[in-house]
Ligand binder design. Structure first.
Ligand code: PLP
Length: 451
């Protein structure tokens, strides 16, 4: 077992993701997580922390589940690796693809596996490239995404991600991606009613189609609830109406359910059950294995699969680890736990308790808005609740509140002036109440400092 100092010395060679690397060089306050059990993780100093962000919106069934560990171990003993290239397959990938098809909306029955949400999003675009080529319309390539979206960090997924995250990177996919307006009512709707705001967003889509030409647009990619963009739930009816306009223009609707699938919103998939839409493609990752193994899935409609599997062509796309046996075994065991424990159904109750307990923080002086759904929540902090004026960057309000929470035994994720909470889905009502108390104390502490 390494001491904290030993870990941090070695860590000087590790490049963290989305990190202020300069600050990390000076900062001895890094946290080394060394163990996880249930809803908790433990740092190298022995502190117990409620994992309020579920690893990274992914450890849905909680840490240390023996069933998943045993399934992965048994799979590695039986077959460590084989590919799903050419005519090869293996039982774990086959069984998981069948399981996912049985859980996804009825017309989505074919699954391509990759290793991350970013690659799942790239894969959906590649899939549609093949689809449109087979239909003799190679120009239908452009992608509609949204300001505020997060779709990943590969070349294309980062181009689809909000330009705010990837300054200058838009040139990497020059002209390929068009960003529609963000459905953030708190920041963007001004005096509009919810219905007017919806019309405004629909008009933006219609205008984009008009100016780019439907014949040039392959797809519209959207998270059901924007995650890293600040947990944005769109206006009522948004996804359904956007999907209808896309369908009228033969633009495929790709739902990025990397975060929202596998129970976080109280259902295995959110697109149909929460938002009443039937996407042409659903991408998912994270909760698919609860993070125990890296695995993502691009789930495509029968209509798309029928076209790309027509005689006279090849599906020219492949990844060494597509459907890796150990990852597929983890996915099967993870979904098995969710089904046997009725976790999505449980979330319909406990997730609402969580949501309401966080919404109660809106009475605090610097809490502008608490938003989200079930176990996917964001708290936006403002200097002035009336004008919604933000704190300047040097206040680092989100970061300070996360640090204050960690001192009290809770990990929250800072994102500028927002704190994200996306815990494991197994929290008890007592643990939910404790999170509410810790957040209230932490916000009060930081309010005293910045006022
Ligand atoms: N899509 C969404 C909605 C995400 O939140 C993320 C990651 O947080 C991704 C895609 C990218 O997934 P990954 O980090 O596994 O590549």
């Amino acid at each position: 077992t390494l001491t904290t100092d030993e870990i941090l010395t070695k860590d000087a060679h590790l490049i963290q993701s989305f990190a202020n690397l300069d600050a990390l060089k000076q900062d001895s306050a890094r946290t080394a997580i060394v163990r996880g059990k249930g809803a908790y993780v433990y740092d190298s100093e022995g502190n117990e922390l409620i994992d309020g962000i579920g690893g990274l919106w992914c450890v849905n069934v909680g840490h240390g589940r023996q069933e998943i560990i045993d399934a992965v171990t048994a799979q590695l003993q039986q077959l460590d690796y084989y590919s799903t290239f050419y005519n090869f397959t293996h039982p774990a990938a086959a069984m998981l693809s069948e399981k996912i098809a049985s859980l996804a909306p009825g017309h989505l029955n074919s699954v391509y596996f990759s290793n991350s949400g970013s690659v799942a999003n790239d894969t959906a675009v590649r899939m549609l490239h093949h689809y449109n080529n087979r239909l003799g319309r190679p120009k239908k390539k452009k992608i509609l995404s949204r300001i505020g979206a997060y779709h990943g960090s590969t070349h294309l997924a980062m181009a689809m991600t909000t330009p705010l995250y990837s300054e200058g990177w838009d040139t990497a996919a020059e002209g390929l991606v068009h960003h529609l307006k963000c459905p953030n009512a708190y920041r963007e709707a001004g005096d509009m009613t919810e219905a007017e705001f919806l019309d405004f967003l629909l008009d933006d889509l219609r205008e984009a189609i008009e100016s780019l030409g439907a014949e040039n647009i392959a797809c519209f990619v959207a998270e059901p609830v924007m995650g890293a963009g600040g947990v944005i739930v769109p206006p009522e009816g948004y996804h359904k109406r956007m999907a209808d306009i896309c369908a009228q223009n033969e633009i495929k609707f790709v739902a990025d359910e990397v975060v929202t699938a596998f129970g976080r919103l109280g259902h295995m998939f959110a697109s149909e059950d929460v938002f009443g839409t039937q996407p042409d493609i659903i991408n998912t990752a994270k909760g698919l294995t609860s993070g125990y193994q890296p695995l993502a899935a691009t789930i495509v409609s029968d209509e798309i699969y029928d076209v790309i599997s027509r005689p006279g062509g090849m599906f020219l796309h492949g990844m060494t680890y597509s459907g890796h046996p150990a990852a597929a075994a983890a996915g099967l065991a993870n979904i098995g736990i969710m089904e046997s424990e009725g976790l999505p159904q449980q979330v319909q109750t406990t997730g609402k308790v969580f949501e309401n307990s966080l919404r109660a923080l809106e009475d605090m002086d610097i809490v502008g808005e608490v938003r989200g759904s079930h176990f996917m929540m964001g708290i936006e902090f403002v200097k002035d609740k009336e004008t919604k004026e933000v704190f300047s960057d040097e206040h680092q309000v989100g970061l300070r509140i996360a640090q204050a929470a960690q001192k009290r035994g809770l990990i929250a994720r800072p994102l500028g002036n927002i704190a994200i909470l996306s815990p494991t889905l197994i929290l008890t009502e007592e643990e939910i109440a404790r999170i509410g108390v810790i957040l209230r104390e932490s916000i009060a502490e930081v309010t005293r400092e910045v006022r």
